[in-house]
Design a binder for this molecule. Structure first.
Ligand code: ATP
Length: 360
């Protein structure tokens, strides 16, 4: 089992009556990669996954799996398999029959399909439970069975809809590691829908951030984290502050903007004209609670909240048009010079810690 297919989504839309859930998105998911669709509730990620699976019709555009256009194929003919959030196991069947189910539908003989099911249960380290029913399993074990059932058809791509959401936080982290290992072992393409930034960062080779039926950014986790493409991505990933204003100068590869409150800030970048609206992102973990020294940027604010997180402390401040400008300080730095709610503080950062954000 090592065939993997590229998934090519070409200008695909999904319209439900008056709602356009997905707006002409285009994306290539490389063969053998782990791709996570990430975004807030209702952004269109499940609709996209279901269109790849064939469980939802495609309103316009095409989907190709490997060399085959699968747009009009039924799910079983696509070379994909889907694992549902609820696992959708049959309560009255034992694990072998649950896992063997799709082979039965294909008319595979009993001995052959049971042998293959046992092989899949072994892959998921569940062979000892083969004769149990789903209700006699823990959540994590049910998930392994659901995976075995999806993989029995030898898919070129495995599609996972919020696969970890039913698990408690501890098990979630363990199963997450197992999913990653499984993907590496099988070498097939995994497409995983999640609303958890942490889950996507931990698992994905490519994160696709969606908002309002469109793709805001599709890139490696580090790129999404360090170079968010838009203000939405920067805010959604939660590791950047966003400041918005208008360009007051753009020369020598440095753009300076003025926020409505009057402060000016600079960022490296090109291609913006004076007077244009602009957003910049500033890494929360790079902001210092110190008076701006030479070559740093910043503003004066008032501390509005402090959250202790163990290894770090999250401080929020009001200023420069932001109600929640966030600073993540290491516990050492914070406790060397603690602040209190209501304190006036200086917030500063360097040019390298700011990123120019695009507008969709
Ligand atoms: N069968 C349907 N009929 C009508 N509208 C639908 C249908 N399915 C989804 N929608 C709408 O399409 C939009 C996108 O839904 P979708 O389920 O793809 O989003 P999502 O990002 O997966 O959200 P969630 O994380 O809540 O599952 C939403 O506005 C939703 O209400």
């Amino acid at each position: 089992m090592s065939k993997a297919a590229e998934i090519d989504i070409a200008s695909v839309s999904k319209v439900y009556g008056a709602t356009t859930a997905v707006h002409a998105i285009s994306l290539k998911i490389p063969a053998g990669s782990y791709c996570c669709f990430l975004g807030p509730s209702g952004c269109g990620k499940t609709s996209t996954l279901r269109m790849i699976a064939g469980h939802e019709s495609i309103s316009s555009g095409d989907i190709r799996l490997g060399n085959t256009v699968v747009t009009d194929f039924p799910p079983a003919k696509r070379g994909t398999a889907m694992m549902f959030q609820s696992y959708a196991l049959f309560p009255h069947l034992d694990l072998i029959d649950n896992v063997a189910f799709s082979l039965k539908m294909k008319g595979v003989g009993k001995d052959e399909r049971r042998a293959k099911a046992l092989e899949m249960l072994k892959l998921m380290q569940m062979e000892a439970y083969a004769t149990r029913r789903p209700a006699q399993l823990s959540g994590g074990q049910q998930q392994r069975v659901a995976l075995a059932r999806a993989l029995i058809t030898d898919p070129e791509a495995l599609l996972l809809d919020e696969p970890l959401s039913a698990l408690d936080p501890f098990l979630k982290i363990r199963m997450r590691a197992e999913l990653k290992k499984l993907q590496k072992t099988l070498g097939i393409t995994f497409v995983h829908v999640t609303h958890s930034q942490e889950e996507a960062m931990a698992l994905a080779d490519m994160i696709v951030v969606m908002n309002d039926g469109k793709i805001e950014q599709a890139a490696a986790p580090r790129q999404v984290f360090e170079r968010p493409a838009t203000a939405f991505v920067a805010r959604f990933m939660g590791d950047h502050n966003v400041l918005s204003g208008r360009v007051v100068s753009a020369e020598g590869g440095v753009i300076t903007l003025k926020v409505p409150e009057g402060q000016t800030f600079s960022v490296r970048g090109k291609g913006r004209k004076v007077g244009e609206p602009v957003d910049i992102g500033i890494r929360t973990d790079r902001v210092r609670l110190e008076a701006p020294a030479e070559k740093t940027l910043g503003f004066h604010g008032v501390v509005s909240n402090i959250e202790y997180r163990g290894a770090s402390v999250k401080i929020t401040a009001i200023g420069a048009g932001s109600d929640d400008f966030t600073v993540i300080a290491s516990d050492g730095d914070y406790f060397a010079k603690p602040v209190s709610i209501g304190d006036a503080v200086s917030l500063s950062w360097t040019l390298e810690d700011a990123v120019l954000l695009g507008r969709p």
